[in-house]
Design a protein around this ligand. Sequence first.
Ligand code: NCD
Length: 304
Amino acid sequence: MKRRGLLDIESLPREDIESILARSKDFQPPPGQSFQRFDILRNRTIVNLFFEASTRTRTSFEIAARRLGGEVISITAAGSSVSKGESLVDTLNTLGAMRPDCIVMRHSASGAPHFLSRYLPIPFVNAGDGTHEHPTQALLDARTILDRRGSLEDLRVAIIGDIAHSRVARSNIFLLSKFGVRVVLCGPPSLLPREIGQIAPGLELTTDMEKAIRGVDVIMMLRVQLERQHEAAFPANEYFQFYGLRPEHVELAKPDVIVMHPGPINRGREISSEVADSQRSAILNQVGNGIAVRMAVLERVLAA
Ligand code: NCD
């Protein structure tokens, strides 16, 4: 992990996950306060390379690196030579020649950071690769659940929405399964491929939202990822009727259910404003935890 960075949750041992989650707790600020500053990454340079749209993940990695005393440079595809036709390998070779200490990368191709990390002697942190994985999102989601529940033991979690295209769903499935969490996946048939049921033992699949939610401890909603859908997977105006999370659904879950969403949320499409803004929603806690978890990840990957 130290040399190779963090590419996915699937190959990350449970003990490593536990140690990142424990360390991230040290970085959480007390309520109402800002993140503390550390010197841990002094003289270290992190390149944030984002080939896909991002608000929270990119900002979160930047803040995390700065809070640890590191230097961070953010490059987005639109402002880089990628828009001048440079290939990914050439862009990366160029950046590699500048000897950054770590590359945080988001790319629309599944496996892009895995491929590049084989050729460059620089640790990569995957900030989302296509429909494959988004490891730091699953870690921050686990941190958020732990903060409210204290343990992942004996939990039941429903992941609802565009499962087919969601790297967030996949990373969460891998992480939660390593801790024996019972996971139920729910979405319209066209966005709930049967194969996903094979990636971890004991996954339940259903197209019935009420069935998925009944008695769960955590509801994770997903955005409908239209940018990854090449043909209409469902009638757009009916989605909210069948798979939009509304207060009456939340009633079916445990009384202290946690409602989560990786963001960006589309109000009135996959989640109602009543639920998104309710006491049960942990959406902004997830954002805050993103920084603490990324501090723990960057420290682990980079600290000497
Ligand atoms: C997610 C992503 O990019 O995979 N967003 C995020 O990182 N917070 C989910 C999404 O875009 O729907």
